[in-house]
Design a protein around this ligand. Structure first.
Ligand code: LMR
Length: 331
């Protein structure tokens, strides 16, 4: 070997060594999954299932860290944090994308879906699948829909007819449609983060709120709200999101594996959501801390009549054809 050749080989060995040392030092890709609810909810369980699957299948390559209960980011900050690269996965309620897209507001229209089967049908249909990418121009993409369930109205006084809610203060998520929904019944909506709801109710700073059975149960809202009206007036579901930049930077093979684990975790969450709602509703009734008010058909119709004009108000922003597609999913 000539001197030059020896030098070249030595250099190549050195470069290979440094490169592999760098890879070893870089360690696994970390996916921080931040959410605001308790672990014993469809979203909490889904996040933990995703971690479990990734631990089993991608150990050493990908590490998932789950932060429940707004420990890392509250719901008003998580999407900003995602764009900064401080968190890689989240599943905010579909009502929390106002700043990123107007199309997802469709899910907030009151009395749009008659049950969760209709919600599922719409989400898996062509419009629902298109809406996964609604926030893409802002750098956020949807990887799937996760169910929680239909929303109920809790309050410090019994709510049987819309007039009972008049002038009462209700906490809402950061959605203009939800604000319009409460204004339509002459109530006062207040946009507040989920982490503040219990204290706001306990101190009587607000009179009520709307949420799913699993959130009302796991966050103990029923202990500070003597009445829950079983209104089923809207849906509380989630968009599982990541940042476009993070997602596209992943090696293709790894991205496929991560998506597969995520799809399985979402399916797991969706499969337990319905039963969880039934069980948590029953636990609230059994606790005797809160009375569950079942509406007669005539009473329910009054809520529908009062709230449904909100559809027209948001028709241009959302798209009439999208609303029609959602209505069709009830058939
Ligand atoms: C809420 O803010 O009321 C809920 O969306 C919280 C959640 O993520 O379920």
């Amino acid at each position: 070997m000539t001197k030059n050749r020896i030098l070249l080989v030595t250099l190549m060995v050195a470069v290979t060594f440094v490169a592999s040392a760098t890879v070893a030092m870089a360690g696994p890709i970390v996916i921080k999954f931040s959410h605001v609810v308790a672990e014993n909810t469809p979203k909490g369980q889904m996040a933990n299932k995703f971690k479990e699957l990734v631990d089993q299948r991608l150990a050493g390559k990908v590490e998932v860290e789950v932060f429940p209960n707004s420990q890392l980011f509250g719901d008003n900050k998580v999407l900003e944090a995602m764009l900064l690269g401080d968190v890689q996965l989240a599943a905010p309620s579909l009502s929390k994308f106002n700043k990123y897209t107007k199309s997802l507001q469709i899910f907030d229209l009151p009395f749009l879906f008659k049950n969760m089967d209709a919600v599922e049908k719409f989400q898996q249909g062509p419009v629902g699948q298109k809406l996964l990418m609604a926030p893409k121009s802002k750098g956020i993409i949807g990887l799937g829909y996760l169910h929680n369930g239909l929303k109920q109205l809790s309050a410090s006084d019994p709510l049987r007819v819309p007039a009972d809610a008049k002038h009462k203060k209700f906490r809402i998520m950061s959605s203009d449609v939800l604000a319009a929904q409460f204004e339509a019944i002459d109530a006062m909506p207040l946009k507040k983060p989920f982490s503040e709801v219990f204290t706001l109710l306990q101190t009587k700073a607000i009179d009520g709120q709307e949420n799913s059975w699993s959130n009302i149960y796991s966050k103990k809202f029923f202990e500070v709200q003597p009445y829950i009206t079983e209104s089923n007036h809207g849906v509380l579901d989630y968009l599982v999101v990541t940042s476009l930049e993070f997602w596209m930077d992943l090696d293709e093979g790894l991205r496929t594996e991560i998506k597969k684990a995520l799809d399985e975790a979402i399916l797991f969450g969706n499969n337990i959501a319905g039963q969880k709602a039934t069980d948590d509703r029953q636990k609230i009734i059994d606790s005797k801390r809160s009375e569950v008010i079942e509406l007669t058909d005539a009473e329910r119709q009054l809520w529908v009549d009062a709230m449904k004009p909100v559809w027209k108000q948001f028709e241009d922003e959302i798209g009439k054809d999208y609303i029609e597609a959602a209505v069709q999913s009830n058939n």
